[in-house]
Design a protein around this ligand. Structure first.
Ligand code: NDP
Ligand code: 8X3
Length: 248
């Protein structure tokens, strides 16, 4: 049975991807900091085999210890979905909070590297596998006040491209999905629990659902070995660019 390792599966895109990959016949390793959310997911997916790991992706020692404690087969997943992360704050750079900057760079960039570093030995030894990184429209274009979040996702894009080159001889394929506006907990996190402000982001148009992104991910990772869909940009139907949205 094939195995998928999904970071940030306690919410949003990661959770929907876990559900979709389970439906596609994968056994799962799911990660996040909120154990109770992951336990709920396990209950929902029963009898699918789901292994829960609770760690902060920013904590390299915790990532390494959690992966080292996995049964060997799960340490070499067929699919790694590097999804954990998000945005913190939406301010001009001159009004930015360095603590927010650290959090974004540490989770979105260093966190992705921490998890990838822990799993690549198993994946490269098998000479097959798929690393799917979640970037963003924010990594492709600049928008006002996006500064460090945009930079973190631009870093994900360049890491995806360079990882694909480095891993070419190993048989591990690397690709990226860049979502536009998906209604998840993303904006609640960005606006630090301000639900009214978060809801406004998705007002007046139909945003993407996490399931829309999950469907694309499942399609990409289930292509045969001679096919790599390297990058996919998925926008909401009413969205022309990151902040150009046709609101009614
Ligand atoms: P959610 O906030 O709903 O989910 C984020 C997930 O990441 C949660 O499961 C959270 O788990 C996990 N996570 C965040 N920080 C950490 C951390 N430091 N350590 C471990 N886990 C962490 O948002 P989305 O589903 O929208 O976001 C998923 C990815 O998609 C992110 O990388 C985001 O940047 C990207 N994205 C989102 C878009 C959107 O419009 N929603 C558009 C483009 C990209 P927990 O809190 O339990 O640790
Ligand atoms: C999330 C999408 O446009 O809010 O990455 O940055 S956006």
């Amino acid at each position: 049975m094939k195995t998928a390792f999904i970071t940030g599966a306690s919410s949003g895109i990661g959770r929907a991807t876990a559900v979709a990959l389970a439906k596609a016949g994968y056994q799962l390793v799911v990660t996040g900091r909120r154990r109770e959310r992951l336990d709920e997911l396990v209950a929902e997916l029963a009898p699918v085999q789901v292994h829960v790991l609770t760690f902060d992706v920013r904590d390299r020692a915790a990532v390494d210890a959690a992966v080292a404690a996995l049964p060997e087969a799960l340490r070499a997943p067929d699919v790694l979905v590097n999804n954990a992360g998000g945005a913190h704050g939406l301010n001009p750079i001159q009004a930015g909070d360095p603590a927010d900057w650290d959090e974004m760079l540490d989770a979105n960039v260093r966190g992705l590297l921490n998890v990838t570093h822990a799993l690549l030995p198993g994946m490269t030894a098998r000479k097959t596998g798929f690393v799917l990184n979640i970037g963003s429209i924010a990594g492709q274009e600049a928008y006002a006040n996006g500064n460090v979040y945009c930079a973190s996702k631009a870093a994900v894009q360049m890491l995806t491209k360079t990882m694909r080159l480095d891993l070419l001889p190993t048989g591990v394929r690397v690709a990226e999905v860049n979502p536009g506006a998906v209604e998840t907990e993303f904006s609640q996190v960005r606006f630090k629990g301000d639900e009214a402000r978060a809801a406004k982001v998705y007002e007046g148009f139909e945003p993407l659902k996490p399931e829309d992104i999950a469907e694309v991910i499942v399609f990409m990772v289930t292509r045969p070995p001679h096919v790599t869909i390297a990058e996919v940009l998925v926008l909401a139907g009413a969205q022309g660019a990151a902040t150009t949205i046709n609101r009614k």
